[in-house]
Design a protein around this ligand. Structure first.
Ligand code: ADP
Ligand code: MG
Length: 332
């Protein structure tokens, strides 16, 4: 081979090698605030321009959902439903209708521990540090009388939602982030993104594998010592959600109350400080994690153990760790 050709060939090989390196898939991550929470969106892509376009798509999808379900945004359909409580049925998009339908399904599955109509209670319980004393028994009783998923009246044909009692209110605080994480994952898969993670403040949804071929892993920390990871678990194409917002709680008479309210009593739950649920979908995982808080360790675990493909890890306020039947924890 003449020298020139040999040189050409070598340069071509070097170029190819270089290109392969540039094109190597790698994870790109963006952190931002959406739905009042921190979101970390990670996509695996060949370059940062493509990755950014993908992440923009996910952000647009999450913002769209926020507009639909936010109870703070006076223009959302959810606010329209709440404004018309006790007055009239409100026509909503099929998407919101179905989300409410599924939420009611979870209420039935958890014997009412999960209930989107808990929301009228947020008039008397605040977990942002502003509460100085416990609401009175009368206030709690009056407020809880407006709670009850059975008073959410759905009309499938007309696609309407009616809150039967005046003063009733629904809110998606315990299911919305999970739903958004599922939808963001769906749009990215539809765009052909091979793998990624949507992490909505601890509501994680993954698909595909890391570019190295290894599974994504989730670190479980003990809320008693947040810097200490006690388990590292692999997740492939599934969701893992941790409920237990350590900042949102109040202390009264030496007892710690979380921001998760028992819809049946009107009192915030206590005893458990963190619940992690593994499920195929983040929406269900999110709602179940909240439910276990309310149901307590025994009843919560019993229900989780009856559900296929769902596992959980519970940490109580003494630091005890309880896990569901089929979960293997590799201590780290
Ligand atoms: P985190 O904020 O730690 O992610 P969750 O996902 O469990 O926790 O959501 C807690 C939020 O759910 C509360 O801030 C409130 O908005 C709402 N919520 C409280 N109690 C209930 C309940 N029993 N059923 C449904 N939603 C609830
Ligand atoms: Mg939840």
């Amino acid at each position: 081979m003449p020298l020139q050709n040999k040189l050409k060939k070598q340069i071509t090989i070097a170029l190819l090698f270089f290109c392969a390196l540039c094109m190597a898939q790698q994870p790109y991550k963006r952190t931002l605030k959406l739905m009042g929470s921190r979101f970390d969106i990670t996509v695996v892509a060949n370059d940062s321009i493509t990755a950014n376009k993908y992440i923009d798509t996910a952000v647009a999808e999450i913002s769209r959902i926020e507009k639909l379900i936010s109870s703070w945004d006076a223009n959302s359909q959810t606010s329209e439903i709440n404004r018309n409580a006790g007055i009239k049925a409100v026509k909503v998009d099929a998407e919101l209708f179905q989300l409410i339908e599924r939420a009611i399904g979870i209420s039935k599955l958890t014997d009412g521990a999960f209930d989107i109509s808990y929301a009228s209670m947020d008039r008397i319980w605040q977990f942002d540090g502003s509460m100085t004393e416990m609401p009175s028994e009368e206030e709690i009783a009056a407020s809880v009388s407006k709670v009850g998923f059975k008073n959410i009246i759905l009309d499938k044909e007309k696609s309407t939602v009616f809150l039967k009692l005046e003063g009733m209110k629904i809110g998606f605080g315990a299911i919305g982030k999970g739903y958004a994480a599922d939808k963001a994952k769906d749009v990215l898969i539809a765009k052909g993104v091979p793998s990624g993670i949507i992490n909505a403040s601890g509501d994680m949804n993954t698909w595909g594998k890391q570019p190295s071929g290894k599974e994504w892993k989730v670190a479980i920390t003990n809320p008693m010592d947040k810097n200490k990871v006690f388990a590292l678990l692999p997740i492939t194409n599934g969701a893992v959600v941790t409920s237990g917002n350590y900042e949102k709680f109040v202390n009264f008479n030496g007892k710690r109350y979380t921001h998760i309210i028992d819809p049946r009593t009107g009192y915030p739950s206590s005893g458990i400080i963190s619940v992690t649920v593994f499920a195929p979908k983040a929406e269900l995982a999110d709602a179940l994690a909240t439910s276990v808080f309310v149901m307590g360790i025994e009843a919560g675990l019993d229900r989780i153990n009856q559900l296929p493909k769902i596992e959980c890890i519970i940490i109580d306020d003494k630091g005890n760790i309880t896990k569901s039947k089929n979960i293997e924890i590799d201590k780290v």
